[in-house]
Design a protein around this ligand. Sequence first.
Ligand SMILES: [Zn+2]
Ligand SMILES: [Zn+2]
Ligand SMILES: [Zn+2]
Length: 123
Amino acid sequence: MCKHVLNVQASIRAPCCKLWFDCAECHADSSDHPLRKTTEMVFGCKKCKKVFRKDMENFEEEDEYCPGCDNKFIVEAKTPQMGLGVEGHDARMGPRFEKDLRTKEDTEKTLFDYDADISDRLG
Ligand SMILES: [Zn+2]
Ligand SMILES: [Zn+2]
Ligand SMILES: [Zn+2]
């Protein structure tokens, strides 16, 4: 299941690796290469399982419907509601990030003092 687009109606076949994905992000998640752009996309309808090609350069309104079952497969993507989750995440990350910085500074200071000590002893 695609976790990026909740209402995905048709899978796409990546022209680069010939694998099926629900959306471009799914491809990005499981691939080590960027999704190759193509003017002719291969779709697989999730309703009737029909596989069909669409010329993206001459894409018209009627092309938004599956030729097999007439299901509209080009739909406005419903994405997971991230609002609250992101805010909570940020709030938790903030203080931790500051602490991390302080720890780093302490470490650097210690190292610097240590170096200075050696120089003093050498000099
Ligand atoms: Zn690929
Ligand atoms: Zn996805
Ligand atoms: Zn269909």
